[in-house]
Design a protein. Structure first.
Length: 90
């Protein structure tokens, strides 16, 4: 087995690295945002699934951020609510 397993999920790249203690995961968005997942995993499969879960979370946060911006721009929520809700996503 190689030290790296690389695959794509929703246009993101998932990189799983084999270390002495287990497997680590790093994800890269299409615009090159790098997300390192804290922790080690017992198997390559577990590490890859953790990457998929993180990507799903990042995509959901981006969609919610866009929806909140639309609500704010349409004056359906005020600035304080927009800011509080936006900060709660991160």
């Amino acid at each position: 087995m190689d030290n790296f397993y690389i695959d794509f999920y929703h246009s993101w790249l998932i990189e799983v690295e084999r270390l002495e203690q287990g497997f680590s995961t790093t994800c890269y968005s299409p615009c090159r945002k790098r997300v390192f997942i804290q922790g080690l995993y017992a198997s390559e499969t577990d590490a890859f699934l953790a990457g998929k879960h993180q990507i799903n979370y990042q995509i959901a946060c981006a969609a919610l951020t866009a929806a909140l911006r639309e609500l704010y721009e349409a004056e359906r929520i005020n600035f304080s609510d927009w800011r509080a809700l936006s900060h709660s996503l991160h």
